[in-house]
Structures are given as structure tokens and as C-alpha cells.
Design a protein around this ligand. Structure first.
Ligand SMILES: Nc1ncnc2c1ncn2[C@@H]1O[C@H](COP(=O)(O)OP(=O)(O)OP(=O)(O)O)[C@@H](O)[C@H]1O
Ligand SMILES: [Mg+2]
Length: 307
């Protein structure tokens, strides 16, 4: 090559490199724009859902309190009690909604690190409290197969919230006569049936974990929605003839909680029309000394005689 040819080649190369860089930047901008549009759409859908979610309990509160005011001298104490319970229920719905919105906003943006109060959690008591929390509002019976000796490492409040969210979903998306079951067992991480994308290669496969599974016989989730439901504000497409309350935040929050506590949460399987199973695990720990002594004392005590 002559020096002038080399000069020309270098000029062409630098032009080509510039064009390639521009093309790459253009593609990145296009992708960012598409992502922005997707988020905008989700935000719009969320605003519609959230305002609906806010309006329903609000109208119950204002309706029942107006009834109480207008008819205070005509209604029976039983009616007063019934209306007051409706008002309390609706106020609780509002509180739950506001706290999940705040929580999702918090973990999604500013403060990515959750503040956790880690300690030993007795799974059985978390399950019992979660069942008590939700069974007032549901028709299905929840069958719990959880033993008292299962303890895990976590934040008791978050563990309870995760279980009640999973049970709440199982009930919401199932017919009234559907069976809901919660099972738990200790196993090694290697034996947990995790989907590939949830496997954490850095974790020790021999680590003992408590695996918790929630089964329902509900409507199931279409294969194309099965991954998306863990995203913020995403709800699976379903028949509009039977609308079900929800904002699409529950599973997003639950997954973040469980991951922050050192576990995983995933959809184990789901068959449209037949039911779903959601699972999570958290590190297993031995029962605290105090709890195991109490348990032992209880077993040693003679049965109380009814007098
Ligand atoms: N057990 C289940 N059976 C069928 N579909 C489910 C089940 N659990 C979740 N889904 C689907 O996944 C979607 C996301 O669930 P998620 O709990 O995140 O939100 P949500 O229940 O819609 O609202 P909320 O914020 O009140 O929990 C639901 O809208 C529903 O379509
Ligand atoms: Mg939910």
C-alpha cells in the first residue's frame, strides 16, 4: 500500500467506526424508548386499577356510615355490628392497599435495601397467623400440613406477609369450593425443584432449607403470563366477567422479601383450569433453645383433666 492508500483506508475505517457507534447508540435509544413506553403503559393501567381499588372500599365506608347516621334510631344492634364490620373491613382493605403501594415504590426506587429484623421464625405460627388474617374474608378452607418443629431464618413479619399473600391469591383465583393446601418440609438446596432462572450458583447445594408450597385448584395461569406475574403491576389476562380485586403488586413484593431474606420464590407449576402451586424456601435453622424446652415441657405435661 502507498501512504496515500493507507491514509484513505484509515479515514474509511474511522468513518465506519463512527457509523457503527451511532447505529449502536440509536439501537440503545430505541430500546430505552420502548422500555419507557412499556412502563408508561403499565403506569396508566396501574392508575386505573389503583383508583378502582381505592374507590370500592371508599364507597363501602361512605355508604355504610351514611346508613348508620340516617337510620341510627331504627336499626337493631345486630345491624349496627354488621355495618361497623363492613366499615372496618373496607378500612383494612384501604390500609393494605396503601401499604403495598408504598412498599412497592420504596423497594423499587429509592431504598433498594430492605430493613429486615432477621431472627428465628417458627413456620407453624407464621402460617397460623396468616390463615387467621385472611380466613375471615374467604370461603375456601385452608388445609395446613406444617409441623411445629420447622424453624427458618427470616423476618417474622415479612414471612407472615408472604404466606398471607400466597394464600390470598390461592383463594382469590379459585372457586369457593376449591381446596387450598400449604405444605412444608426441610430439604437440601440441591433437592429443591427450582426453575433454571432461579438457581443461585453461589449457594451451597448442601445448605438445609425449609421448602414451603401453596397449592390451589383455581383458574391457573396461562403459560405466556407465568413469568410476567412477578413484575410490578402485572396481572394475568383473565375473563372480565368475574373481576377480582388486585393491583399486581403482591407477588413482586413477596419475591423481593424472600430474596432479601436469602431465599427464592417461584411458580412451581400452573395448569389453566386445574390450579397452581407457588413455592418458596428460606434457610433452615434449629429451633431456639427456649422454644424446644417449652415444646418438650408441653409434651411431658400430663393431659389436663376436664373437671
Ligand atoms: N394462585 C393463583 N392462581 C391464579 N392466578 C394467580 C395466582 N396467583 C397470582 N395469580 C395471577 O398473578 C397476578 C399477579 O398476582 P399478584 O399477587 O402480584 O397481584 P394481584 O393479586 O393481582 O394484586 P395484589 O396486589 O392485591 O396482590 C394476579 O393478578 C393473577 O392474575
Ligand atoms: Mg395478590
Amino acid at each position: 500500500f502507498r501512504p496515500s492508500d493507507i491514509g484513505m483506508l484509515l479515514a474509511i475505517c474511522s468513518q465506519a467506526a463512527g457509523a457503527l457507534r451511532n447505529a449502536q447508540l440509536f439501537e440503545e435509544i430505541q430500546e430505552a424508548y420502548a422500555e419507557q413506553q412499556r412502563l408508561d403503559k403499565l403506569k396508566d393501567e396501574f392508575l386505573v386499577t389503583a383508583s378502582h381499588e381505592l374507590r370500592t372500599p371508599l364507597s363501602a365506608i361512605s355508604g355504610y356510615s351514611t346508613l348508620l347516621k340516617r337510620q341510627s334510631n331504627r336499626i337493631t344492634p345486630q345491624h349496627i355490628l354488621r355495618f361497623a364490620s363492613k366499615i372496618t373491613g373496607a378500612a383494612q382493605q384501604l390500609t393494605d392497599l396503601v401499604s403495598s403501594m408504598t412498599e412497592a415504590a420504596r423497594i423499587g426506587t429509592v431504598d433498594k435495601k430492605l430493613e429486615l429484623q432477621m431472627g428465628p421464625v417458627q413456620l407453624l405460627s407464621a402460617v397460623e397467623m396468616a390463615i387467621n388474617m385472611i380466613s375471615v374474608n374467604i370461603e375456601q378452607k385452608i388445609v395446613s400440613q406444617v409441623e411445629a418443629n420447622l424453624w427458618m431464618k427470616g423476618d417474622p413479619l415479612r414471612v407472615r406477609q408472604v404466606i398471607s399473600n400466597l394464600l390470598d391469591n390461592a383463594a382469590k383465583y379459585s372457586p369457593p369450593d376449591g381446596r387450598i393446601e400449604i405444605l412444608a418440609a426441610v430439604t437440601s438446596l440441591a433437592k429443591v425443584p427450582l426453575p433454571d432462572e432461579q438457581v443461585d450458583i453461589e449457594s451451597d447445594p448442601n445448605m438445609l432449607v425449609v421448602l414451603v408450597q401453596v397449592y390451589d385448584e383455581g383458574e391457573g395461569i396461562a403459560p405466556e403470563d407465568q413469568q410476567k406475574i412477578f413484575e410490578k403491576f402485572v396481572r394475568a389476562t383473565r375473563s372480565l366477567t368475574t373481576p377480582v380485586r388486585g393491583t399486581g403488586l403482591g407477588l413482586y413484593i413477596c419475591r423481593r422479601y424472600i430474596e432479601a431474606m436469602g431465599g427464592r420464590l417461584w411458580l412451581q407449576h400452573s395448569i389453566p383450569g386445574e390450579g397452581s402451586a407457588f413455592s418458596f424456601y428460606l434457610p433452615y435453622i434449629d429451633a431456639p433453645q427456649e422454644a424446644s424446652t417449652n415444646e418438650q415441657n408441653k409434651q411431658d405435661e400430663p393431659e389436663q383433666q376436664a373437671s
